[in-house]
Design a protein around this ligand. Structure first.
Ligand SMILES: C[S@@+](CC[C@H](N)C(=O)[O-])C[C@H]1O[C@@H](n2cnc3c(N)ncnc32)[C@H](O)[C@@H]1O
Length: 250
C-alpha cells in the first residue's frame, strides 16, 4: 500500500490530461474506450443511488455516476490524484465526497452503499483478499459491485522486464497473485494484484457475492498502437480486460 501510494503520488501529474479528457467524455471502458452502450456497466438512471468508487484517481467515473443522479463518495490512497479530482469536480460543478483512504480499509460504516465500482483502481492495486470483503461490507444486501481490471492473460504474457505483452507465456497462470513492477526495465510501476478464475470465484463465493455478469474486453478491429503495454494487435486475440458484475447476497 505504501509503495503504491508513493508511486501514484509521484506520477499523478501524468494523469491530469487523461482525467480532463475523461471528465468531458461520456462513459467509456477499457484501453480502447468502448462505449457504455455495449457494456452497460453503469445503470442509465442512478437517481438517488448511494455509490462509492474505490480507487477513484481523477474521479471521472464518479463524475459519470453523479451526472446520472447518484450520490457519490470516492476514495483514493493518493493525495495528489485526489487534488486533480477535487480541481475537476469544482471546475465541472459536480459534487463528490472525496476521501483519502485505502480501499483495503475504508473508514466508513457498513451497508452504506447501493453500488460500488472500481475502474483499474482497487481492482488492480489492492489485494483482492482485502478489498473484495471491504466492498462487501460497504454494500447493503442486494447491492452491486462492478469492477474492471487487467485480464490474467495480460499478466502471463507480459515479459518480466515489463515490455509489451506478446504471444508467449512468461509466467505461470497457476498461483497468479501479485506482481511487483517497481524495478522492471520498461515503464516501472507499482505492485499489482490479480487472481486465477478459480480463485476469483472462490473469493466471491466466500464473501457472499453472486455473479451477475462477466465480460472479457478485446481491442476493436480498427484499433492500433500500444495502450499501457498492451499492443492492440495482441489484444485482438487475447483479452486485455476482465469485467465483473456482482451482487451482494440478500
Ligand atoms: C489507474 S488509476 C484508476 C483510477 C481512475 N479510473 C483513473 O484512471 O483516474 C489507479 C488509482 O488507484 C489508486 N490506488 C492505488 N492503491 C490504492 C489503494 N490501496 N486504495 C485506494 N486507491 C488506490 C491510485 O492512487 C490511483 O489513483
Amino acid at each position: 500500500m505504501r509503495k503504491n501510494r508513493d508511486y501514484w503520488n509521484s506520477v499523478a501529474h501524468h494523469w491530469v490530461e487523461m482525467g480532463e479528457r475523461q471528465w468531458n467524455s461520456p462513459p467509456n471502458w477499457g484501453f480502447w474506450g468502448e462505449t457504455d452502450d455495449s457494456f452497460n456497466l453503469l445503470p442509465t438512471d442512478m437517481t438517488g443511488m448511494k455509490v462509492i468508487e474505490l480507487g477513484c484517481g481523477t474521479a471521472y467515473v464518479s463524475a459519470w455516476m453523479s451526472r446520472r443522479g447518484a450520490n457519490v463518495t470516492a476514495i483514493d490512497i493518493s493525495g495528489a490524484q485526489l487534488a486533480t479530482a477535487r480541481h475537476l469536480a469544482k471546475k465541472h460543478d459536480v459534487e463528490i465526497a472525496l476521501i483519502e483512504a485505502s480501499a483495503e480499509n475504508v473508514p466508513l460504516d457498513d451497508s452504506l452503499f447501493d453500488f460500488a465500482i472500481s475502474e483499474y483502481g482497487a481492482a488492480i492495486w489492492c489485494d483482492p483478499d482485502r478489498w473484495i470483503p471491504e466492498a462487501a461490507r460497504l454494500l447493503r444486501p442486494g447491492g452491486t459491485l462492478v469492477f474492471i481490471g487487467n485480464h490474467p492473460m495480460v499478466w502471463v504474457e507480459t515479459p518480466p522486464d515489463g515490455s509489451p505483452c506478446e504471444a508467449r507465456f512468461h509466467r505461470p497462470y497457476r498461483g497468479l497473485n501479485r506482481a511487483d513492477w517497481t524495478h522492471v526495465e520498461f515503464d516501472p510501476g507499482g505492485i499489482e494484484f490479480n487472481r486465477t478464475m478459480e480463485d476469483w470465484l472462490a473469493l466471491f463465493r466466500n464473501t457472499g457475492f453472486q455473479i451477475l455478469d462477466y465480460r472479457e474486453l478485446y481491442a476493436p478491429n480498427d484499433s492500433e498502437g500500444i495502450a499501457f503495454s498492451v499492443p492492440a494487435d495482441w489484444a485482438r486475440s487475447w483479452p486485455a480486460a476482465q469485467v465483473w458484475k456482482l451482487q451482494k447476497q440478500v
